[in-house]
Write a protein that binds this ligand. Sequence first.
Ligand code: HEM
Length: 452
Amino acid sequence: MKTAAQSLVQIPLARGLPVLGNALELANDVAGYLTAQYKQLGPVFRVRALQREMVVLAGVEANLFYAQEGKNLFRSRDFWQEQDEEFGAKRSLISMDGEDHVRLRKVQRPGYARSALLENLPTAISIITQEIAGWPLSQPLPALYSIQRIVTEQLSVIAANHSAKEDLDTIITAVRTILATRVTKQHPGVLRRLPGFRKAKARFMEIGGEVIASHSPSLREGKQPDLVDALLALHREDPDFLPASDMMTAVLGPFIAGLDTVASTTAFILYALLKYPDLAQQVTVEADELFANGLPDAAALRKMDVTHRVALEAMRLWSIAPALTRTTTQEVHFAGYTIPANTDVIIATTVPHHLAEYFPDPEQFDIERYSAERNEHRQPDAYAPFGLGPHTCLGQGLAEIQMTLVIATLFHFAELRLSPANYELGFDPVPTLSPDKNMRFTVTRLRHPIQS
Ligand code: HEM
């Protein structure tokens, strides 16, 4: 019988620098790098980053395999437990596996459902319009940050009944430092000793305490239960399952969930629209139809066809979560190779996004891929911006509606331009892919008056 080390050595190794290994390529362009290696080495290969080695499973075959076997053969805990520790928790939804994970996911589902946003549309729209009203005309505004202000406020108000506006900078510092030093490890842990981070984290934890205090049953009587109500009810019912120490990560979820996901993706959508004026024009027509009879409703939002297809294409080309990280729970047999138990693994979920056999001319931005005739995203296991398997994004439906709503409201009320007009998309890969800080826009005029 082969030893674990013998099995691993048989798996092709991606070429890289001594010590650094493939760290630089992995840090800068995960999807591009993994796609290039997949083409060269096939669906299983090893990569090295600093002293760490990981086995990559890539291609539609890997996506299918993980979707079917993810629950049994892989665990999530190892990659997320440091983040839990940072919050004083033993475990959280993303770090849990098995039946416990299924139980907590079920409790969190309604709080992150599409309906949570649809039932609060006037609030969600007013958060956008109030933000637009504060934007000075003809002055460059930072794209990602301006959208983070909207998205995080919407999620924290809707899922936690708490405004994050005054604390946004603090939240960004805390969340990004924790992710970059504890999860993705792109930055050294010493950053967590800086006074700026310590202050930000202390305030973030304080916000968690305030949110919990404001959800005592007496204060919430008669109100529609939100995510935090559901978590507190579970804690009261079964404190061994969800102890007070594990509440913080769950309760702070709404403040974290959109920052590096919906916000970055919406900024990418904005880039595409400002780069391709014909798309912007079609989206503006849809947006005006949406608001034609006053406040839009759910049915009208669902009709936003071009806007939705631009979002699908932005998520294909610029996936904010290009791969999943897991550990094998037992010996895994895939594509002719044996991966020993307890091996760190990357499931390269978005490699097929960049393969011409599924998405012809894959680096081209083309929303016709999603026309009824082509439906390229519906090919089995080829399109996975929201992940796959047991931890598939719980906020997918909400995120899609939120992005559509933000873009439609922006384009209905404001005329926007890139600043400078010839800006070309650049990326910041830390902690997850987002447009770089040079992406700015200006409001050239308001198209419709905004009521305060
Ligand atoms: C464009 C926006 C978004 C993208 C592309 C995205 C992507 C993802 C991906 C790839 C995962 C799987 C991570 C893994 O398996 O390791 C995930 C998990 C998750 N997402 Fe999202 N996400 C987005 C927005 C949101 C929003 C808005 C929410 C909440 C309102 C949310 C809540 C969650 C939760 C709770 C999980 C963990 C699920 C579990 O562990 O069972 N996401 N997301």
